[in-house]
Design a protein around this ligand. Structure first.
Ligand code: OFO
Length: 177
């Protein structure tokens, strides 16, 4: 059993994860349109991941006898000025999600809600990884440059980062199975 306050805060987190999933889906579409196939693959995978993050909370709320709500998702932006600006937007959103996870931990701590504290540990680690991944991409873009001549190399780089992330996920799933 969780408190009403915690139930509301977790439902709010469902909205944030759902928005992230739709935002990254919109980015995948933009990337595809710009011919950035590696970036599109990356954003599709991120979008799927965010959907999983959302559902994980959804199931948790039901498990602890709360009421999980399907979120109302506002329309994300469809167009981005550059690939660098797009990844900056991703990084800013991930920072916002991290702050929100920290706020949830704060509530769980104050309420001695050990079950939710334990559940949220996975998100703490996930956010650390996602922020680090976005910083890596932004660093690479800075090194390569963001001009029209650089887009091919940025896309190639993001594709190989995506492949590495996919392999890491597969290895993790293998360890769990
Ligand atoms: Fe759900 O990890 Fe990003 O937002």
């Amino acid at each position: 059993m969780i408190s009403e306050k915690m139930e509301g805060a977790l439902n709010n987190q469902i909205s944030l994860e759902g928005y992230a999933s739709f935002l990254y889906l919109a980015m995948a579409s933009w990337c595809d349109n710009e011919g950035l196939e590696g970036c599109a693959e990356f954003m599709h995978r991120q979008s799927e991941e965010e959907r999983e993050h959302m559902l994980k909370i959804f199931h948790y709320i039901s498990d602890v006898d709360g009421f999980a709500l399907t979120p109302q998702i506002k329309q994300p932006p469809h167009k981005f000025d550059s690939v660098q600006k797009m990844f900056k937007t991703v990084y800013a959103h991930e920072q916002k999600v991290t702050k929100s996870i920290n706020d949830l931990l704060d509530i769980a701590n104050k309420e001695n809600d050990y079950s939710t504290l334990n559940f949220l540990q996975w998100y703490v680690e996930e956010q650390r990884e996602e922020e680090a991944l976005m910083r890596t991409i932004l660093d690479r873009i800075k090194l390569i440059g963001d001009g029209p001549q650089s887009l091919y190399y940025i896309d190639k780089e993001v594709r190989s980062i995506n492949k590495a992330a996919q392999a890491a996920e597969a290895a993790e799933a293998g360890n769990q199975g």
